[in-house]
Write a protein that binds this ligand. Structure first.
Ligand SMILES: [Zn+2]
Length: 244
């Protein structure tokens, strides 16, 4: 497969090169910020179809490990309580709505966004005091809703166009408001560097892979100041950033 040079979607440098083949896709790596990304990208339709597709284990009535997920979300919301209490908050990629419900119990006015209709059906049925939308972040800003806290866990790496995703995220964030983002950490000491291995998920599921440098540049280019990148034993970046 031919592999033309391309600008890094995060830092913009042309210093990028072939990194690995993953299934039918190739990955490039940026020589400046170390972002690893699908190049060429999978089609937008292929990516969105993945998330809209049904999952036989999830329905309006059932969500695997629902109780544990709500408990876990309550702990998370407690840790973030100073950003949640009496605030307007959104969970992008909210799944069954557990974090949205947890934030509501910490007095937030919380809404959730997810591309999967079964997950949203479960959320609406079990957590009806919140508002849920089955749509992607890129089309959500037309609702002209803005938030003090934008929460998103394990979504960034799946975004079809990371810059479209981040510009929508910026539009729904209030100046001075916060974003709390979680995404896998490629440079973590527990991560195997070999993305071509069987276990690592590649495109079209995961489209870009961040480390501390690339996530910081991404946020700063989209109008956020990184306040803190938390140390984690698990190979995940947890980033708190503030909208300028
Ligand atoms: Zn870069």
């Amino acid at each position: 497969m031919s592999h033309s040079a391309t600008n890094c979607p995060v830092c913009g440098t042309i210093q990028t090169g072939f990194f690995a083949t993953k299934g039918q896709y190739s990955l490039s790596k940026c020589g400046e910020c170390a972002l690893v990304y699908a190049h060429p990208r999978p089609s937008r339709d292929d990516v969105f179809a993945l998330y809209a597709r049904g999952n036989s284990r999830i329905s309006e009535l059932h969500f695997p490990k629902a109780k544990a997920k709500l408990r876990h979300a309550m702990l998370r919301a407690a840790r973030l309580s100073r950003y949640v209490w009496a605030r307007d908050a959104i969970d992008i990629g909210c799944g069954g709505g557990f974090m949205v419900e947890a934030m509501r119990r910490f007095r937030a006015r919380a809404v959730g966004l997810d591309l999967n209709p079964q997950r949203i059906a479960f959320a609406n049925r079990h957590f009806p005091k919140n508002r849920f939308f089955c749509e992607n972040l890129e089309e959500f800003p037309r609702r002209e809703m803005t938030f003090d806290l934008v929460f998103s866990s394990q979504v960034l790496e799946h975004a079809h166009d990371i810059n479209d995703f981040m510009s929508a995220l910026g539009r729904i964030s209030r100046p001075g408001g916060f974003a709390y983002l979680k995404t896998p950490d490629r440079d973590h000491w527990r991560v195997r560097q070999d993305l071509a291995s069987e276990n690592a998920s590649g495109p079209p599921i995961s489209i870009q892979f961040f480390n501390k440098t690339s996530i910081r540049i991404l946020l700063e280019r989209h109008g956020f100041e990184v306040k803190k990148i938390f140390f984690k034993v698990k190979p995940t970046l947890h980033v708190l950033a503030q909208r300028k």
